[in-house]
Structure formats: structure tokens, C-alpha cells
Design a protein around this ligand. Structure first.
Ligand code: GLU
Length: 421
């Protein structure tokens, strides 16, 4: 996958938003470039005794509103452009949700499935050793992302504690519960999106039950399937990296979850309860009410956007819809609930975890859910109102909402007009 134009595409969204706000040129100059991107080569000893190196990055895109925040991705096709783009999105995501953070992101170019468990631990610890200088509870706070998980966060937190010589659980979020993690962090990305859809269901004229397609069955996709199925909605199609399955009367979500838990692909459930095989293209074009891209960037682009039948798209992945696809979907009258709002439940509960880790006092699951719900509803409603007041898409509205907050913070240091007048 090429990521060369990913940041350019992302910046077009900044320009669109800026056209609706009267922001000082200083603001755009500040948000157009990543502040700091560090590249290293992680060296680890493999199980066969050989030394191997992996390229890794950490980007702190902007820290005007607080310490930079964002996950670490382990993926064979990670690139520096992708990391900077993801860090840009985090900057806007944290501003949409009014979290006191800037945006950051990290990645290792590696296929973690090709590593043994011990190699994975060594690689995770090597990442923290390499970046401990720029990471910190008041500086830059990582979290899980694609192909990283709670155990990896636990290894990294432990490595950081050893480097600084004291426990510092607020250095990273998405940790295991037993190591100072938060209740409700595991399903937070999906749950935030679910609360958003529930809140806007009346405005969007959604029917019950909805027919839902979930593209990508990792952490976010699996919990989304579970939450929606428990609410009586039908999951009519789903996919993972090995292929797609469909069932017009609704897939057996428990069977899908059991397959993943056993390390099998979704395709292994074909034949069970009417599960049929689908091509990835057919999945995107499947008749449904709600399409949930929950995998990687650029999954809906100009080549397949016209085939989408869903009237509502909820972006649980980061950047799954290209600007060209946005235009095609808008023409068809489809509404896209954009990533920087729709998947912000993850970083929102990460923020709750950071607060709890700092104060050493932990909240109940009910408190987490209630705070997540009210944050999603408050910011979701604000974005909805901007979209209607300005007659723009939900994506542009989310960027306008975030840019307003970023601009206020940047302008509070003084702008060109302040200094020359
Ligand atoms: N990786 C997630 C995201 O893209 C979560 C980031 C975090 O919790 O800091 O939003």
C-alpha cells in the first residue's frame, strides 16, 4: 500500500475546514507539518540466535493542547507518511473530543504474526528503550493500535518503569487491568461508535433492526459486531485479512468471535449456519443500512465507492474513506460519520485511564460507560449542529469543531496580527 499521498489527502480536510472558520494563517502553518518525527532501527535477538533490525518511528505531530497522544502500530507496510498522517488525525481527534492532548503516533514496520511471543516481547521492549527519551506521562503517551494489544502495552510500561527507576503507569494507556489499566478500555473504540450511532439514530432516520456490514474483524470490528448483535441488529457481512463472509439472515456472531479467539479466520466459519463466502469487493457493495470499515486506511476509494449501498458509514478505522470516495458517497446521499469522531471512544477511555493512573484511584465500569456516553453525545451533537448550520458534511464539521479548539489554543500564544500591530 502506498502512503505517499496520505498526508496530502488529510491536509485537504484541514483546508476544507479552514474555509469555514476565520483562523489566523499562523494556525495553518503550525498544523501543516509534524513537529517531531524520530526514526530508529530496533535491534533484537531472534529465537534462532540471529540479530535482526526493524525500522520504527514515533511522531509527535502537535502538542499545543497538551502532551501528544496516540497508538503504536505493528504492521509490515507501515511507513513514515502513514505514521505522520495518523498523528495528524490524532491531533484533530483529541481536539474534537476536547481531551487535553495533542496528537502523536508510532509504528514498527514488522509482521508481528511472523514473530514468536518472546521475539514480540523483545521488540516491544526495544521500542520503549529507543523512544523513552521522547515519551512520558506529560510529554507523549502511547496506546495500542493495529496489531498491538494490552500485553504489549504492559511490557512497554514495565520497560519505561525500569528506565526511569519508578512506577509510571500514566506513561501508556491500554494496559492490562492488573497493571493499572482501566475498565472499559478494551471495547472503547467500538462502544464510542455505538453510542454515537444510538444518539444520532433519530436524526439519521435509522430503522431497527439494521443490517450491518463490518469490514475488518480486529479489536474494534469484533466488539462492534458484539454490541450491535446484542442490540438486535443483523450482521450480514464481515471480513478479516483472509477473506469475507456473508449471510442474508444474519451471521452467527458468537461463531465469528469463537473462530477469532481460536486463531482461525472468519472464512473458517463458511458452511456454518448459512455463512457464505464473499469477495472483498462484494462485501463493500453488499445491501445494508450501516457499513463499518474497521481495518486500515483507503479501503473505500474511487474504485469501489460507487458500489456502496449503505446510507450510513461509521469509520471505526482511521482514514478508511479517501477524499475522492467522500465526494462519490456524498453524491449518493450517504452520510459518513468520520473517524476523528466515530472511533474517538478509544482515545477517550485512554484519557480516563491516564487520569486514573495519575490519581491512583480507579472508576467503576458504569462510571466509564457513563462518561464515555456523555462525551460522545456532547461532541457528536456539536458536530451534527455544525454540519447543519454550515451545510457541510459530518467530516468537515468535525474538522471545523476541532480546528476551532486548536486555533483558540494556538492563537492564545499571540499571532502575526498581535505582534505587528
Ligand atoms: N490507536 C487508537 C486511535 O487511533 C487509540 C489511541 C489512544 O488511545 O491513544 O485512536
Amino acid at each position: 500500500m502506498s502512503h505517499a499521498n496520505l498526508l496530502d489527502d488529510a491536509l485537504t480536510r484541514l483546508d476544507e475546514a479552514a474555509a469555514h472558520l476565520n483562523v489566523d494563517p499562523d494556525v495553518i502553518e503550525k498544523l501543516k507539518f509534524a513537529r517531531e518525527t524520530t526514526k530508529v532501527r530496533l535491534m533484537i535477538r531472534m529465537d534462532d540466535g540471529a540479530r535482526k533490525s526493524f525500522i520504527a518511528w514515533r511522531c509527535r505531530y502537535d502538542d499545543t493542547r497538551g502532551p501528544t497522544k496516540g497508538g503504536i502500530r505493528f504492521h509490515p507496510s507501515a511507513t513514515v507518511d502513514e505514521v505522520e498522517t495518523l498523528a495528524f488525525w490524532m491531533t484533530f481527534k483529541c481536539a474534537v473530543m476536547n481531551l487535553p492532548y495533542g496528537g502523536g503516533k508510532g509504528a514498527v514496520q514488522v509482521d508481528p504474526r511472523a514473530l514468536s511471543k518472546s521475539e514480540l516481547e523483545r521488540l516491544s521492549r526495544a521500542y520503549m528503550q529507543a523512544f523513552a527519551r521522547i515519551i512520558g506521562p506529560d510529554r507523549d503517551i502511547p496506546a495500542p493500535d493495529v496489531y498491538t494489544n494490552a500485553m504489549i502495552m504492559g511490557w512497554m510500561a514495565d520497560e519505561y518503569a525500569q528506565i526511569v527507576g519508578r512506577a509510571e503507569p500514566a506513561v501508556i494507556t491500554g494496559k492490562p487491568l492488573a497493571l493499572g489499566g482501566s475498565l472499559g478500555r478494551n471495547d472503547a473504540t467500538a462502544r464510542g461508535g455505538y453510542y454515537l450511532v444510538q444518539h444520532l439514530a433519530g436524526d439519521l432516520g435509522l430503522n431497527r433492526p439494521m443490517r450491518v456490514v463490518i469490514q475488518g474483524f480486529g479489536n474494534a470490528g469484533q466488539y462492534m459486531a458484539q454490541l450491535l448483535a446484542a442490540d438486535g441488529h443483523k450482521i450480514v457481512g464481515a471480513s478479516d485479512s483472509s477473506g469475507a463472509v456473508g449471510c442474508a439472515s444474519g451471521l452467527d456472531v458468537d461463531a465469528l468471535l469463537a473462530a477469532k479467539a481460536a486463531g482461525r479466520s472468519l472464512v473458517s466459519t463458511i458452511g456454518h449456519g448459512g455463512h457464505e463466502t464473499l469477495t472483498p469487493e462484494a462485501l463493500i457493495g453488499l445491501g445494508c443500512d450501516l457499513l463499518v470499515p474497521a481495518a486500515l486506511e483507503n479501503m473505500i476509494d474511487e474504485s469501489n465507492a460507487a458500489t456502496v449501498k449503505a446510507k450510513l458509514i461509521l469509520e471505526l478505522a482511521n482514514g478508511p474513506v479517501t477524499p475522492e470516495a467522500d465526494a462519490i458517497l456524498a453524491k449518493k446521499g450517504a452520510i459518513v460519520l468520520p473517524d476523528i469522531l466515530a472511533n474517538a471512544g478509544g482515545v477517550t477511555v485512554s484519557y480516563f485511564e491516564w487520569v486514573q493512573s495519575r490519581q491512583g484511584y480507579y472508576w467503576t465500569l458504569e462510571e466509564i460507560h457513563e462518561r464515555l456516553r456523555s462525551t460522545m453525545e456532547r461532541e457528536g451533537r456539536a458536530v451534527w449542529n455544525i454540519a447543519h448550520d454550515k451545510n457541510v458534511s459530518m467530516r468537515t464539521a468535525a474538522y471545523v469543531h476541532a480546528l476551532g479548539r486548536l486555533a483558540e489554543a494556538i492563537e492564545a500564544h499571540g499571532t502575526q496580527s498581535f505582534f505587528v500591530s
